[in-house]
Ligand binder design. Sequence first.
Ligand code: SAM
Length: 274
Amino acid sequence: MSAAERPYVLGTGADELARLGQQHRLWSDAAVRAWRRAGIAPTHRVLDVGCGPGFAAFDLAQLVPHGAVVGVDESPGFVAHTHTQAQLRGLPNLQAVVGDVHDLAPALRGQAPFDLAYARWVLCFVRDPEAVVAGVAAQLRPGGALVVHDYFNYGAMTMAPRRRSHDLAVAATIRSWRERGGDPDVMARVPAFCAAHGLEVEHLQVHVRAARGTDAMFAWLDTWWRTFAPKLVAMGLLAQADCDELFGDLAEIQRDPTRFVQCPSVYELVARRR
Ligand SMILES: C[S@@+](CC[C@H](N)C(=O)[O-])C[C@H]1O[C@@H](n2cnc3c(N)ncnc32)[C@H](O)[C@@H]1O
């Protein structure tokens, strides 16, 4: 099986859906700040690139009550969840479409140009992130903005004090993404993709967060490992004994307030179409 044919590495099951909801809750403050920095307005048309089960899209739809949000994701289950929740939450201006973000045109046929596009934790999983950036740029009106949150220097995620089990799990994670065509350092390349496809980068920053066991942010890492480490074991990239050791080390952080985790570095970029 080639990298392009392998199923999406994180999966789209109920555990991953719940994890994405929790992750959004913990990162929604940064998301809203970035959208406002990009100039989101109530009439805007917003494209959510790789929208997953819609957690960012629900917030976006509330911020553009006189505009529209269109989410695109390859997972029919996530798209169906977005639709159902949009109805339950009273968000008629939100629609989601099944599609491949490498080729947005079929999914967005008949759509007017967008004022804003958001791509969070998607470029790191796709085989050709430059094609995605180029396709998104083509969907933006001149003056429209692309906001990205994604990873660079993923290997810097660590427990403090360092733990063997955690270092092994981070290395296995990087391998699992790369073997499926992803790139956990993708943000190193995104500014150049923007420059090559008519987008001017006007803002770049990094969010580096540290979490002790008592911090709400610790749930991000704890849930991440509890959902993904068993998948690494199933992929043959992490030994069961090392997974068990990792869970023990996570429990130790919760017991010991002198320990902490350095979370993965989330880069934020705002680029505007010339
Ligand atoms: C980590 S999730 C992030 C979801 C959402 N952007 C968020 O921040 O909550 C990555 C999403 O990208 C989607 N995805 C991965 N490759 C894709 C592709 N080639 N085309 C469309 N969606 C893709 C997955 O189905 C998944 O929903």
